[in-house]
Design a protein around this ligand. Structure first.
Ligand code: ZN
Length: 103
């Protein structure tokens, strides 16, 4: 499972939203996982330190549903596609698709 963790940080150009991906073990849910080389097809493999499972954590969707909701919510408050796309780093094409799907 992948979680997108957003935090507001004070950067060089003022406050900004920083998003990092928090990986979790699919079996035990432990965040205690480390990179463990790559598979033959080049996907990053992870080893869970708690249950010793080796897994490939490839997100099915580039954005989680929660993330999508957050972005759409921000868009509803301020319908400025260019701004939203810049703040969240989501392409305008992707954003337009979500808006269409959710309207
Ligand atoms: Zn585990």
């Amino acid at each position: 499972m992948n979680f997108l963790v957003s935090e507001i940080v004070l950067g060089k150009y003022g406050y900004m939203i920083r998003t990092t991906i928090q990986h979790q073990c699919r079996k035990s849910g432990s965040p205690n996982i480390v990179k463990n080389g790559r598979t033959r097809c080049g996907s990053q493999q992870y080893l869970c330190k708690d249950c010793r499972a080796v897994e490939v954590l490839t997100p099915k969707h580039a954005y989680s549903l929660d993330r999508q909701e957050d972005i759409l919510h921000a868009y509803q408050e301020r319908p400025n596609m260019r701004g939203i796309s810049r703040i969240f780093g989501v392409s305008r094409k992707t954003l337009a698709g979500w808006i269409k799907k959710n309207s």
